[in-house]
Design a protein around this ligand. Sequence first.
Ligand code: ATP
Length: 366
Amino acid sequence: MAITQEDVLKALSYVEEPDLGKDLVTLNMIEDVHIDGRTVSFTVVLTTPACPLKELIHNACVRAIHTMVDKDADVQIKMTSRVTTMRQNRDILPGVRNIIAIASGKGGVGKSTVTANLAIALAKTGAKVGLVDADISGPSMPLMFGVEDARPHVFRTPDGRNQIQPIEAYGVKIMSIGFLAPAESAIVWRGPMASSALKQFITEVDWGELDYLLLDMPPGTSDIHLTMVQTVPVTGSVIVTTPQKVALADAEKGLQMFRLPQINVPVLGVVENMAWFTPAELPENKYFIFGEGGGTALAEKHQVPLLGQIPLVQSIRENGDYGTPAILLSGTPAAEVFGQLAEELARQVSIRNAVAPKTNIVEMNS
Ligand SMILES: Nc1ncnc2c1ncn2[C@@H]1O[C@H](COP(=O)(O)OP(=O)(O)OP(=O)(O)O)[C@@H](O)[C@H]1O
């Protein structure tokens, strides 16, 4: 009997997207079904190009067609993606699908290093990525991306507004206050002035279409954090910590800040940076110099995912300082670990978009 579209869709309605807990047909992830004799072709539209389950879903589709439709069918699947969003009101940042705040309680835990590598890792999967260096006390992205001397171009839109052109490096569109003021004068950006400058360089930037906009937040819990969530509808936050006790205590404060009723930004997960030290000459050895398992314990306590554990590796520091983040060195353990972290983050964003209520800007009454 000839194979029909209905047969194919029925079979695929038994294939579940494991993270989202629904089948591919219900999730509208199947498109362009064609049948030519015993050749069945269709497109699976994933929720992110960084989907770690790509192969698993592909294999499950082939199995479903072979089991339920025709065991000898030639199944040709195109795997593509359309990053999901929960944003509805697009008055600000209209082309941006997901806004992710990366925060830490304590300074120096590697938040900026993690953010830079994450941004490039996401861009490498094919996602459109932007990065705001909101760490006004010490903007480090120009250095990490090797674009310290870059100065963004400002232009006037046809309707008379000023727009800043972000600087692009390694496939990521970057905006940093470091581009606008010399590093020595960064210290003057405080209080209301800092808040309005931040607002301006998030919203008056020509971001175009972005799947993920990462916000590298300043360390701690301050007015700036409130400004950020008042300015932009943040999809979710990521907390970076080291396993050290003092860092964990501050990370916990950071995490709880996002959960305050007046902020109410979902925590997508915890990243444990400097989880252990591995010397280059002894790659099998792990030395837990800042303690062991602190990030895992924090994630468990607050029932959020542990997105990844990043080892303390000399090359991560060196590459950051040289303006060529470690993720660029394909095939190295550091690049692998940041690649996995990006997949896990993209996965949590997709899950959040599938289950959580939509994102609103926080309204302040005072
Ligand atoms: N996993 C790692 N392995 C080796 N060095 C690291 C690692 N993570 C960060 N570093 C180094 O630690 C230092 C602090 O990192 P970074 O500037 O990213 O921290 P931060 O939390 O953003 O700091 P701040 O909040 O003060 O801006 C940098 O020199 C960086 O290169």
